[in-house]
Design a protein around this ligand. Structure first.
Ligand SMILES: NC(=O)c1ccc[n+]([C@@H]2O[C@H](COP(=O)([O-])OP(=O)(O)OC[C@H]3O[C@@H](n4cnc5c(N)ncnc54)[C@H](O)[C@@H]3O)[C@@H](O)[C@H]2O)c1
Length: 325
């Protein structure tokens, strides 16, 4: 049976990949987003496949927009990715709370009121601050966010627990760290992807942070959300998503090795991220063993080749190639 998926934040990076993967399965998909620019989805889908996607323009903070969209589409699968990233929340904490916290409460209310099976929603590794010399945090590690963005994600996870207990809403909150790949053009950890794009067009680039972080390919991240929206334990669960932990410098070396002429053009500087260097992802692997994450080198090669193909078709947008964008 064909499922009908509702993806909030569908015009964003992970959302665009979710739209592509759902289309590849042959399911129906409806993208819900406040924005109108379909550039990221257009970069990932063939024109014929793009035409099959239905769109609803709506605000996740509205009491009715999402509910009406789900009812109108007859959607039976829900992935919630709409949100504002770290820099936007730091610049405007009240708006950040409205979108990231109130918006997620609207999602839980819709799941409750419409009787959906479950929802997979975007939490974040930002529920944790830096861990010092301690082991990679797992899901039992106490949260200690270093940003208001991380604090909103902690609030969402707590609300998910209350909705499970009081209303039987099942949810999986996934915690990625540094997502990379085509479409990753904004946010605190977008630097490594922008460096890949810069290399492909022969420009230098400085990633505005250094040190070790946990890299996950956007396609694999989206696949994790789809699996968690389709099945898994009842109740409110949260899962760390562990890809590959590496130094930013190692990533840049791999990119420079992949792109001829890029040697010595990519740098990193500034403070390390206010985040763990690595996550323990054993719980997700245990509950969703069918989801496989690409090795780091393969993910970088895939991303560089995709940027080169877009460049060769004169479709590569360079709007994000500023030092601290
Ligand atoms: N990218 C990462 O590395 C990363 C890591 C951890 C968690 N996350 C979380 O995953 C989710 C998706 O991340 P992304 O990288 O795709 O983000 P993104 O910024 O690329 O996309 C977010 C999308 O949400 C939409 N949106 C914003 N406000 C909205 C509103 N009021 N109503 C409806 N839509 C709205 C935007 O228009 C945008 O298309 C976010 O919640 C983010 O916090 C991302």
């Amino acid at each position: 049976m064909k499922n009908t998926w509702m993806v909030t934040g569908a015009l964003g990076c992970i959302g665009a990949w979710a739209i592509r993967l759902i289309g590849e399965r042959g399911d129906e998909v409806v993208g819900f987003d406040i924005g109108e620019n379909r550039r990221r989805v257009a970069d990932l889908l063939e024109p014929d496949d793009l035409e099959k996607v239905r769109w609803v323009r709506g605000d996740i903070t509205s009491a009715t927009d999402l509910r009406e969209a789900i009812e109108g589409a007859g959607a039976n699968r829900l992935v919630h990715l709409a949100g504002l990233q770290v820099p936007f929340c730091a610049a405007n904490p009240v708006q950040g709370a409205e979108v990231n916290v109130v918006g997620t409460l609207r999602v839980f209310e819709a799941v409750r009121d419409l009787g959906l099976d479950r929802v997979a929603y975007a939490s974040s590794a930002a529920v944790f601050g830096p861990q010092g010399d301690g082991p990679p945090p797992d899901e039992t590690t106490p949260t200690n966010p270093a940003t208001v963005y991380g604090a909103y994600k902690v609030a969402n996870e707590s609300c998910a627990g209350v909705f499970a207990r009081d209303h039987g809403v099942s949810s999986a909150g996934l915690r990625p760290l540094t997502v990379f790949g085509v479409g990753r053009d904004q946010g605190l950890t977008s630097g490594p992807t922008r460096a890949m794009k810069a290399a492909v067009v022969g420009r230098g680039f400085e990633v505005p942070f250094q040190g070790r972080t946990d890299f996950l390919l956007a396609r694999d991240c989206a696949a994790a959300f789809l699996a968690a929206a389709e099945g898994g334990p009842k109740g409110a669960r949260v899962y760390n998503l562990h890809g590959s932990s590496a130094e930013v410098r190692e990533i840049l070396d791999l990119v420079e090795a992949e792109v001829s002429g890029a040697q010595g053009t990519l740098t990193c500087g500034g403070d390390p991220l206010p985040l763990p260097e690595e996550l323990d992802g054993a719980a997700f692997r245990r509950d969703y063993p069918e989801v496989k994450f690409a090795p780091l080198e393969a993910g970088i090669t895939e991303t560089v080749h995709a940027f080169q193909a877009l460049r060769d078709e004169s479709r590569l947008s360079l709007h994000d190639l500023v030092a601290d964008g």
